[in-house]
Design a binder for this molecule. Structure first.
Ligand code: HEM
Length: 193
């Protein structure tokens, strides 16, 4: 199938180079900030900076998509709803899943470089929140996303059955984002500790 990416132009590759350049610059400057912070051991600060940056991308992106999904639903325009669902499927797999993995790995890396201890409420809540979103992704969102893809191919994006599944996945994704926002509140406030 012809995709917009297949027709990339020199302007597209310039835009891509700028994006990757900016990303590299952000990572390098953040690493310099982290090692010069003076408050923590260097590695802890780097792990924490990466952990929070990827969490921002993941949770912020999920929240924005949720808002777009709500707007699309309110518009009652099946084409708009199908468009948001297509974009959500793309970023879910290519951006949120890897970003979530980095957040998790950096969280673990911090834990082995510190003496917070695994028994604290906010750590357990973070692990439970991560596990819940991981399981929701693997057991619910991903298979439902595939079903939607097949339904779009066979019946079309605007078929009532496809639409019903799209609305269901958007609703589940909304709960998933709510869990992520709670984990952010938990990590920042570190309750009961
Ligand atoms: C849903 C996934 C997660 C999100 C969205 C998230 C988000 C955040 C945020 C925003 C902070 C900054 C808090 C602050 O500096 O006040 C943070 C810190 C931290 N997170 Fe997570 N986190 C997640 C999962 C985890 C997991 C699974 C672990 C470890 C088991 C973990 C361990 C930590 C640690 C050790 C800190 C640093 C605390 C500090 O030095 O003050 N996080 N996290």
């Amino acid at each position: 199938m012809e995709t917009p990416l297949a027709n990339s132009t020199p302007a597209d590759s310039r835009s891509g180079a700028i994006t990757y350049g900016l990303l590299g610059a952000v990572l390098v400057v953040s690493a310099i900030f982290a090692v010069s912070s003076g408050f923590y051991a260097d590695w802890y600060a780097i792990f924490k900076a990466v952990h929070v940056m990827f969490a921002v991308v993941w949770v912020g992106g999920g929240t924005l998509l949720t808002l777009f999904a709500i707007l699309a639903e309110r518009s009652n325009d099946p084409a708009q709803i199908a468009g948001v669902a297509r974009q959500a499927a793309f970023v879910g797999e290519k951006v949120f899943a890897p970003a979530g993995l980095v957040v998790f790995l950096m969280g673990i890396a911090m834990m082995v470089n510190t003496d917070w201890g695994w028994g604290k409420f906010w750590i357990v809540a973070g692990l439970v929140g991560y596990a819940s979103t991981f399981i929701t992704g693997i057991a619910v969102l991903s298979p439902l996303g595939k079903k939607i893809h097949h339904s779009v191919q066979e019946k079309g994006p605007l078929h009532p059955e496809t639409m019903a599944m799209i609305k269901r996945i958007m609703l589940i994704a909304r709960f998933d984002v709510a869990v992520l926002l709670l984990v952010v509140a938990d990590m920042v406030t570190k309750p009961f500790s």
